[in-house]
Design a protein around this ligand. Structure first.
Ligand code: ZN
Ligand code: ZN
Length: 271
């Protein structure tokens, strides 16, 4: 496959420095035939519909030109009483969805890039122990945060979206930019509502996800063009939005890799 932006072949060396690609999750029998068709996926991206700095069209062009195969648009949804002004709400959702549909058609015809509509269900509180973000990938309808985080996750599950724990910090993480510890704190209670967990968010690593053997993904949490350089998820599934969402919802194997490292700048930690 022609993946000029990948940092190396999917072969591991004997030292961590040489490790260019990590396979995680249970292997499935009969999977080898699909391994030649890995889809490079950005599962976590924000546009100007929330707090991203790129328009939908700019996001599509950035990822299309980099030969990314799948781009999930996950702008924030927040509670009505959240002071954050940058979010998709029930009133702007129809326009947001229409804009993504229009860009999805262009992305496919110009780049062969699959666009998938979603939200980052964002429950922000002063107390990091109460705060949590989760990606809902493949939504058909808006998901309100007003009844709380758990009802929002349940609604995303009811819509058959893939639900992914985003930047799940623990009490040992010193970064307090946007500490979201509830998913880690309530990891047993929330497990049945989450299909995947970010082991990597951009260049941060959430090691407890690996330690507990949870199904991982890597995502760039793209807000700016330079976030193209981040860890990404490779999916061994059909080039089809429904297949991507179904694979993320399953326990099927994913592969994680650094992407476009030559474009990495000094990135601030952000989520
Ligand atoms: Zn985000
Ligand atoms: Zn977030």
């Amino acid at each position: 496959m022609d993946r000029g932006s990948l940092s190396g072949s999917p072969v591991t060396g004997s030292t961590p420095d040489c490790l260019s690609l990590v396979a995680l999750g249970p292997a499935r029998s009969g999977n080898t035939a699909t391994m030649n068709a890995l889809l490079v996926c950005e599962l976590h991206a924000h546009s100007t519909w929330s707090d991203g700095f790129l328009t939908l069209a700019e996001l599509v062009d950035l990822h299309g030109n980099a030969d990314v195969d799948v781009l999930c648009i996950t702008d924030h949804a927040v509670r009505l009483d959240d002071p954050s002004p940058n979010a998709v709400d029930a009133w702007t959702w129809p326009a947001y969805a229409a804009a993504i549909r229009a860009e999805a058609a262009r992305a496919l015809s110009e780049y062969g890039l699959i666009l998938i509509q979603g939200l980052e269900l964002s429950d922000n509180h002063e107390d990091p122990d109460l705060s949590a973000h989760a990606l809902a990938i493949g939504l058909e309808r808006y998901v309100s945060m007003d009844a709380g985080f758990v009802p929002a996750l349940e609604e995303a599950n009811n819509q058959s979206a893939a639900v992914v724990a985003a930047h799940p910090y623990t009490s040992s993480d010193v970064n307090a930019h946007r500490a979201t510890r509830r998913i880690w704190r309530e990891r047993d209670a929330l497990r049945g509502l989450l299909h995947r967990y970010e082991l990597f968010n951009r260049r941060e690593v959430f090691t407890w996800v690996a330690a507990e053997g949870l199904p991982p993904v890597a995502a760039g949490d793209v807000h700016r063009a330079e976030h193209l350089a981040s860890w990404k998820t490779l999916l061994p599934c059909d080039r089809d939005p429904a297949a991507v969402v179904a694979h993320l919802r399953s326990s099927g194997r994913v592969l994680l890799t650094p992407f476009a490292p030559e474009q990495a700048a000094n990135l601030p930690i952000a989520a």
